[in-house]
Design a protein around this ligand. Structure first.
Ligand SMILES: Cc1ncc(C[n+]2csc(CCOP(=O)(O)OP(=O)(O)O)c2C)c(N)n1
Ligand code: SF4
Ligand SMILES: [Mg+2]
Length: 351
């Protein structure tokens, strides 16, 4: 694969986070995507969220499939663990890595083709199992890398660059994630960094399956009139349900809003999400309500964005399976191989 390394120098005055790192320490190689591609803005938001959270880059495992979107982990967190897997197989590779080493922060990056077409089954099973991860789909409604065929998230009735109409119904990954039990579900837009950065930060701190669908226009193949994933269309049809502020554990709460306009969610680890309600009736703790809200607005052609659902009492796959606290790569031989007497006992119990 071709790549362009970024020059190492940086301005001495760049702001530093609690670890003494600047934004540059969270960057990767220079992007080779088309100028204006929404995916590059998502990369910038991931860098910003990790900088703000003062994450040690070596504690992150970024895993992707195949596609322009799946190339992006090369463009952020250059000092993290990374695995560019097979088309549609990111979720199973991530699940396996997570079970082997629970101490890392798992960032799954995928595309709408990668997750809603070939990898649809893998997406579904990783979500329903509650794998502790931040799963981001960079959703442009097309297979960008293979020259713009409709993907399974393309809306029925939308048109491709040549004016051909899509006659298939769309898969809404947010609706599916809600139905499958994801404990953190959000939708955002690559062009709205103010909304996206705190969503990514909150998802990273969330325990369990956190899913974010980010509408990310493909300027080469899906940014024309007739597309429902173009910059212009998304700006005109974006219905934000809430605006989010994310407070890491150590920060004092400084934001203050009038009562009635704010919902506060404290997550497992003490981090807090403050949601300024835009839609007065929206309750992000109501899974069924979120599903019907989404459908009602989709029927009107509106794209609902914001934090749509969060379960502050969420659990993850490790709690479900009651696995050991120690990552497998740190267990000694004695723990990993308890001997033939233990094996005989298991065999006897199965006879
Ligand atoms: C098993 C397999 N089938 C098909 C392909 C061809 N292929 C590569 S990327 C891609 C679609 C990518 O679309 P998406 O995940 O939406 O990413 P985007 O490029 O739009 O960001 C396809 C079909 C492949 N690489 N491997
Ligand atoms: S083809 Fe589309 S998705 Fe791929 S880099 Fe270009 S604009 Fe982005
Ligand atoms: Mg795509």
């Amino acid at each position: 694969m071709t790549y362009i390394a970024k020059p190492k120098f940086q301005h001495p005055g760049l702001p530093k986070n609690d670890l003494g790192f600047t934004h540059r320490d969270y960057e990767g190689k220079i992007s080779t995507l088309c100028a204006g591609c929404g995916h590059d803005s998502i990369t910038a938001s991931i860098i910003e969220a990790c900088f703000e959270l003062s994450i040690e880059p070596h504690r992150v495992a970024k895993i992707s499939g195949i596609g322009c979107s799946s190339k992006t982990p090369d463009y952020f967190l250059g000092n993290s663990h990374g695995f560019n897997s097979v088309h549609g197989r990111m979720p199973s590779v991530l699940t396996g890595a997570n079970l082997a080493n629970r101490d890392l922060i798992y960032l799954g990056v995928s595309g709408d083709g990668d997750s809603a077409s070939i990898g649809f089954g893998q997406f579904a099973h990783s979500i329903r199992r509650g794998v502790n991860m931040t799963y981001i789909v960079e959703n442009n409604g097309v297979y960008g890398l293979t020259k713009g065929q409709f993907s399974a998230t393309a809306d029925r009735g939308s048109k491709n660059k040549r004016g051909v109409t899509n006659t298939d119904n769309a898969i809404d990954l947010v609706a599916i994630a809600l139905q499958l039990g994801a404990s953190f579900v959000a939708r955002s837009f690559s062009g709205d960094k103010t909304q996206l950065v705190p969503l990514i930060a909150a998802a990273i701190e969330h325990k369990g399956a956190a899913f974010i669908d980010v509408i990310s226009p493909c300027v080469a193949f899906n940014n024309h009139p007739g597309s429902t994933k173009s910059y212009e269309y998304v700006r005109a049809h974006n219905e934000a349900v809430n605006r989010l502020d994310f407070m890491p554990r150590r920060d004092a709460i400084t934001a203050s809003y009038s009562p009635g306009e704010v919902i506060e969610v404290t997550q497992h680890d003490g981090t807090r999400i403050t949601l300024r309600k835009i839609d007065a009736d929206y309750d992000p703790h109501d899974r069924v309500g979120a599903m019907s809200f989404l459908q009602r607005h989709a029927a009107k052609g509106q794209i609902v964005t914001g934090l749509l659902y969060v379960d502050p009492e969420s659990e993850d796959l490790h709690s479900h399976l009651d696995t050991v606290d120690t990552p497998l790569n740190q267990l000694g031989e004695k723990a990993l191989c308890p001997g033939s007497a233990a094996l005989d006992k298991i065999n006897a119990s199965l006879r």
